[in-house]
Ligand binder design. Structure first.
Ligand SMILES: Cc1ncc(COP(=O)(O)O)c(C=O)c1O
Length: 302
């Protein structure tokens, strides 16, 4: 099914969703975004996504012209128009983008008095079952993750060239994802997900100081780990930690926990999804269901 789009409050099908070429989001890549999904029709971890959206936009001095209640309302309106978020097998993918808005060709933010707000809703499509059952091969790519002193990876920016170039390289090598290092050569994250390795029963993920997007799923997994009795911690990680791991996996909102069984031509651990990865995936799904089982009038889970 095609997407339904809300552009500055106006809902339309994707063919009629338009934005000016003078929007600085288009001209200069000035904008931020969030990707959410629903469980049981509720925007999962809505409050955390809104916090990160506002942190990202503040780093660009980009005003978010709506409060959380109005954003939740736009999500509901757009989902309703798409016939999603209402009942089983109707889970939604939701992307919100805030851009600088329309203005003269100038880097001066004053040129754009009003930010643009776009909400894209389409059916949530989970990775195929075999991705979870067999695991995936990823590529360790030479494209370096943005230096935090340049375009800080803390910003969930619409300007995704760093990620796109790394993923192009991963595609060329037949990878499901691309793993990136930071400018110091330490492991950072994947192009669209966070990276974890498992050693001696402990799940480790690069520290925020390694220069990465603080994934909502990454953070949630610390809590899932506490629930299921698996230690989940952050640490500075290097290539040898990945190649010498017992297990590895990646996390994101839309992919949950995906086992990594091979990096380029090297097997990780047994070459099959491992028990720690499995327990964390199941724990995440259980917790997501538990948090969304009771319908919320706001249509969002916190
Ligand atoms: C670069 C990057 N890292 C990590 C993630 C995972 O973040 P989250 O768990 O909030 O979806 C994403 C998601 O799009 C991403 O683009």
């Amino acid at each position: 099914m095609a997407a339904i789009v809300n552009v500055n409050g106006r809902v339309s099908d994707q063919e009629h969703a338009v934005i000016s070429v003078f929007d600085h989001g288009f001209l200069y890549g000035e904008g931020v975004y969030e990707t959410l999904r629903t469980y049981n029709g509720q925007s999962f971890l809505f409050d955390r996504h809104m916090r990160r959206l506002r942190t990202s936009s503040a780093m660009l001095a980009l005003p978010v012209p709506l409060d959380d209640a109005e954003i939740a309302r736009r999500f509901r309106d757009t989902m309703h128009a798409a016939g999603l978020g209402e009942g089983p097998d109707r889970e939604a993918y939701i992307r919100i983008l805030i851009t600088r808005g329309v203005g003269e060709l100038s880097y001066d933010p004053a040129a754009c008095p009003t930010s643009s707000v776009v909400v894209i809703v389409k059916p949530h499509v989970a990775p195929p079952r075999e991705v979870f059952e067999k695991g995936v091969t990823v590529a360790l790519v030479p494209i370096v993750r943005n230096h935090p002193g340049s375009v800080n990876p803390l910003i969930k920016s619409n300007n995704l060239l760093n990620n796109a170039l790394a993923m192009q390289e991963a595609f060329r090598r037949g990878g499901y994802e691309g793993v990136m290092r930071n400018y110091r050569g330490e492991l950072a994250e994947c192009t669209q997900s966070n990276l974890f390795v498992v050693k001696n029963g402990v799940a480790l993920t690069p520290t925020i100081e390694s220069g990465l997007l603080p994934g909502i799923t990454r953070e949630f997994l610390f809590e899932v780990g506490a629930d299921v009795g698996i230690s989940v911690r952050d640490a500075v990680l290097r290539d040898e930690d990945l190649f010498g791991a017992d297990e590895a996996f990646l996390t994101s909102t839309t992919r949950e926990v995906v086992p990594i069984v091979q990096v380029d031509d090297r097997k990780i651990g047994s070459g099959r999804p491992g028990p720690v990865t499995q327990a964390l995936l199941e724990g995440l799904r259980r917790k997501a269901q538990a948090l969304t089982r009771t319908p919320q009038p706001t249509g969002k889970s916190t």
